[in-house]
Design a protein around this ligand. Structure first.
Ligand code: NOJ
Length: 541
């Protein structure tokens, strides 16, 4: 087993997440694409990020924003072509930006040749064994094999019509019906994904983001949840074998990272995925879910660092992504935490307060040891759009819950780049089609153009923070130690010759700053030697 490379890029990278369909539209069809990303690479370089994670860009019917993949080796024509993806990777590399692609191994689209063949071949066929086909329960097989609940609401089984026209077996889908789950006990499935990994590593991908990483393997006896010790489809012990095999492939190439999407409140089980022969890093979703509260955040930070240390994996810090309510909105509400169950839509949020806290939160996150993930648009201070007309909503989460869950469209609204009215430079000026989701008129003041050069803007704060983080050897990977502080104030030191001190004031009163010789970056105005509420500062001691 190789020793962890302590200088590896993923240990302290600032990684920017590009949700392609909402980033920038190069061809004027109202949907973001690779041409749009290529034209904006200089913007990302200037922002100061180290890597880009692209959400799935593969051929897909887009039943779940591309997480329903038909061809893992080809780009959806909506976004461009494989040749263009290769160009994009080369151009990013030329700018010193690494590229992470998103691989979706738990499920595929129901339009894949494998799934179509399974439907056509009928019960008992080898084709069906690559998925989870089962007869139903009840007298005529009219009931699903289990009562498991889909992550998108509703059940996890859909009944098929057999080739002879009769109602037949059911297939498993932990997400939408258009996303059948693979059977990871099948050697074809393992082989296929090992090949897919090599395919993208061969094309220069520096990392793989692994979707729904804890869900792949299942208990083939299909017990009901809660009736047996081990969960039938979450975090099963045998899933680790998959990542050990993937790690061997990543090691063959060298310098490539495996990054897990592992939703796992239990930090010990979470860090099992980060053992030295498995993934390199995983998203710290506990940090994302934590409320804006110094004690809770400190608890998550301590738990993160102490659980990562034994496996020598770097921590990661995440505030938002394409699945969760944008953090400006969360931080502007009474309940500042995130959970899928309690998605708080419709409760008004205080934009001014949310923005102030978001500014403080990003400086806190970027000062912690490890790598950071930034979700496109957070650098512009965008909020969750909560008034998208129902007819325009696309998220299966909204559809499958009959609108009970507001869905994730509100954090996926196309970015505003320039100009005074929609599409705010998202599409070319002469585009015939409107953006695939409507942008709020108020985003006029939030375009990248409007914020550039304004030292008080969110964009300039991100630029300054990211460039300072690069320039300071103490930041990124490395040790930290807590400093004494008042209640609801987080203060810590990053030793690094020169050292950096970070102080975040989450209280409602000004806090006295520790002795310092200079202020490096502040999320808001300081009050002499005092740090106002909801403000973070980086200091030189
Ligand atoms: C997690 C992804 O982030 C999400 O967008 C997707 O819907 C599910 N996995 C299913 O692939």
């Amino acid at each position: 087993m190789s020793q962890p490379d302590t200088r590896a890029w993923w240990r302290d990278a600032a990684i920017y997440q590009v949700y392609v369909r909402s980033f920038a539209d190069g061809n004027g069809d109202g949907v973001g694409d690779l041409a749009g990303v290529r034209a904006r690479l200089p913007y990302l370089k200037d922002l100061g990020i180290d890597a880009i994670w692209f959400n799935p860009w593969y051929v897909s019917p887009q039943a779940d924003g591309g997480y329903d993949v038909t061809d893992y080796r080809e780009i959806d024509p909506l976004f461009g072509s494989l040749a263009e993806a290769e160009q994009l990777i080369a151009e990013a590399h030329a700018l010193g930006i690494r590229v992470i692609v998103d691989v979706v191994p738990n499920h595929c689209s129901d339009q894949t040749p494998w799934f179509q063949a399974a439907l056509a071949a009928g019960p008992g066929s080898p084709e069906r064994e690559r998925f989870w086909f089962r007869p139903g329960k009840g007298e005529h097989g009219e009931l699903p094999p289990t009562n498991w609940t889909s992550n998108f609401g509703g059940g996890t089984w859909t009944r098929v019509t057999e080739p002879d026209g009769t109602p037949g077996e059911w297939y498993l889908h932990l997400f939408d019906g258009a996303q059948p789950d693979f059977n990871w006990d099948h050697p074809d499935v393992r082989q296929e994904f090992e090949d897919v990994l090599r395919f993208w590593f061969d094309r220069g991908a520096d990392g793989i983001r692994i979707d729904s990483a804890a869900l792949l393997t299942k208990d083939a006896t299909l017990p009901e949840v809660g009736t047996v010790d081990k969960h039938p489809f979450e975090d099963r012990d045998d899933v680790h074998e998959v990542y050990r095999a993937w790690r061997r492939i990543a090691e063959e190439y060298g310098g490539r990272a495996l990054i897990g999407e592992v939703w796992m409140p239990d930090v010990q089980r979470f860090t099992n995925y980060l053992r030295p022969d498995e993934m390199h890093t995983a998203f710290n979703l506990n940090y994302l879910c934590a409320p804006w509260d110094a004690d809770k955040l400190r608890e998550v930070i301590d738990e993160t660092l102490s659980s990562h240390a034994p496996v020598q994996a770097p921590a990661t810090w995440v505030l938002s992504n394409h699945d969760v309510t944008r953090h400006i909105s969360r931080y502007g509400r009474e309940d500042t935490s995130f959970s899928f169950k309690g998605r708080d839509f419709g409760t008004p949020f205080d934009l001014e307060l949310g923005t102030r806290r978001a500014r403080a939160a990003i400086l806190l996150s970027l000062a912690l040891p490890g790598s950071s993930y930034l979700y496109q648009g957070e650098e512009l201070g965008l909020w969750e759009v909560e008034d998208i007309p129902d007819a325009l909503k696309q998220d299966p989460m909204w559809h499958r819950t009959g609108g009970v869950d507001p869905g994730r469209d509100g954090c996926r609204v196309p970015l505003p780049w320039s100009g005074d009215e929609a599409p705010f430079g998202f599409s070319p000026d002469d585009a015939a089609t409107e953006p695939w989701l409507p942008q709020p008129a108020a985003w006029k003041a939030y375009t990248a153009q409007a914020q550039t050069g304004d030292p008080a803007s969110m964009l300039e704060l991100y630029r300054k923070a990211l460039h300072t983080r690069h320039a300071e050897p103490a930041l990124g990977d490395g040790p930290m130690s807590w400093l004494d502080s008042a209640p609801q104030v987080l203060a810590f030191s990053r030793p690094g010759n020169p050292d950096v001190i970070c102080v975040a004031n989450l209280s409602t009163e000004s806090a006295k700053l520790p002795a310092h010789s200079a202020v490096l970056v502040a999320s808001g105005d300081l009050d002499g030697d005092n740090l106002p509420p909801d403000t973070t500062v980086w200091l030189r001691p």
